[in-house]
Design a protein around this ligand. Structure first.
Ligand SMILES: [Zn+2]
Length: 421
């Protein structure tokens, strides 16, 4: 390890951090105490403008890429320096919480200001990034996919029923859809990615542990499954002649939950939506379309869950005299985070003097996209009662501060370990 050239140790300014937190939480604030800053909405654009102003005030280089990712960069004077990216997202789900995404952005901002104030010369450029549409209002993890070059060429067409609105929203945010692939970066220029985030689950809160060092992020696959039957009179059609699409879908839902519980105790399945045609009291449903999501942190297990799901859809459709279409909409493999980042975060926890444990991320994050592009680490802080995506989302302020301290110290550990000329 080498000593870094610095005059003083970086010190967090927690008062400045809380002012930032309150200012950001006010943008898109809801009456229930939550935040609605849907990606590319007026509120999201307002939050980006606010963040760009903070970057400017801090004297950082402000950069917008072609996918709308907004960065503030503290440049290293070292020749051929690579970039350590730290960040998260400003966008939220409708009436979401004040901590999801925000903590990672504000924590990163505070760390960079502290490093600057302590006049520390880092061996890498330090870039704070706000990724576009992490939550998937239009397309989930849009910004990180664009940066890593993993966005589908026809991204606007594949997942959006209303392509026109998505294009319009992109244009309105100053993003030209045809330019988005230019956001792609060369992984050689990037040293790694680090993200501070709330856990969104209950492990840290229940065990009263300060910090979660994330080792893996669950894989996720989503499906639209449409059962086709035949509409006919609900009173006069014989039981044997009925081809009830909804009855098939309902049985599928019950059976898939039972199968996953029994065979994949560490996995999760959710059927979150059903649409029925023609949708009348007295007509047997001719079509039932359900959305299904599967999650598992083990790639092989997730594959196996998906095979079971497809087989079950076929079995049920035969049992009920139906036809079935199974369309996979999202395939997100489980992500392993970097051993080097895990060790750096653990070392940082020890230096800061906080309790820590390794755990898995059960929600989607830009970090899982970044993990196949550059060494990636994630630091979790507790979510009270594991609640997120809700105005009730809450993290004790002391835990937010501990998380930011660990993020700062992790950057310092990486700086000490980075090769220098
Ligand atoms: Zn998030």
């Amino acid at each position: 390890m080498r000593a870094l050239s610095h005059k003083t140790k970086p010190q967090l300014n927690t008062e400045r951090l809380i002012i930032d937190f309150n200012q950001l939480a006010a943008i898109g604030a809801t009456i229930e105490g939550g935040v609605s800053r849907l990606a590319l909405s007026n509120e999201d654009l307002e939050a980006r403008a606010w963040l760009a102003e903070q970057f400017e005030q801090a004297g950082l280089v402000v950069h917008d890429d072609d996918a709308g990712n907004l960065s503030g960069i503290l440049r290293s004077e070292q020749p051929d320096a690579r970039t350590l990216i730290i960040g998260s997202h400003l966008d939220t789900v409708p009436n979401g919480g004040r901590y999801d995404g925000s903590v990672g952005i504000l924590g990163a901002l505070e760390c960079v200001r502290c490093i600057q104030e302590a006049k520390i010369e880092l061996p890498f450029h330090l870039e704070i990034i706000n990724f576009t549409d992490e939550e998937g209002c239009w397309q989930s993890l849009f910004g990180s996919r664009a940066l890593t070059g993993t966005l589908n060429k026809d991204y606007a067409l594949t997942l959006n029923d209303d392509v026109g609105q998505f294009r319009a929203a992109l244009f309105r945010a100053g993003i030209r859809p045809s330019d988005v692939p230019r956001a792609r970066r060369d992984p050689e220029t990037v040293l790694g990615y680090l993200e501070l985030h709330i856990e969104q689950s209950y492990h840290l809160d229940e065990k009263k542990i300060d910090i979660g060092v994330v080792t893996a992020i669950v894989g996720r696959s989503t499906y639209m499954i449409t059962f086709h039957g035949e509409a006919s009179h609900s009173g006069t059609t014989r039981t044997a002649d009925r081809r009830d699409a909804l009855l098939g879908a309902a049985n599928f839902i019950t059976e898939i939950h039972r199968t996953i519980r029994q065979r994949y105790p560490d996995g999760a399945v959710n059927c979150g939506n059903v649409t029925v045609e023609p949708g009348a009291f007295n007509i047997i449903p001719s079509q039932a379309c359900i959305t299904v999501e599967c999650r598992h942190s083990d790639r092989d297990m997730l594959d196996s869950m998906q095979n079971d799901l497809q087989a079950l859809a076929q079995t049920i459709s035969q049992q009920y005299g139906l036809e079935v279409e199974v369309n996979c909409r999202v395939q997100m493999p489980a992500a392993m985070l970097s051993g080097q980042m895990i060790l750096a975060a653990e070392e940082a926890c020890q230096r800061v003097g906080v309790s820590h444990m390794r755990l898995q991320g059960l929600a989607g994050h830009d970090a899982q996209i970044m993990s196949s592009f550059t060494p990636t680490g994630m630091i979790f802080i507790p979510s009270v009662n594991g609640i997120s995506h809700s105005p009730k989302e809450f993290t004790e302020w002391a835990d937010v501060v501990k998380g930011v301290r660990v993020l700062l110290e992790t950057i310092m550990v990486l700086a000490e370990n980075a090769p220098r000329d």
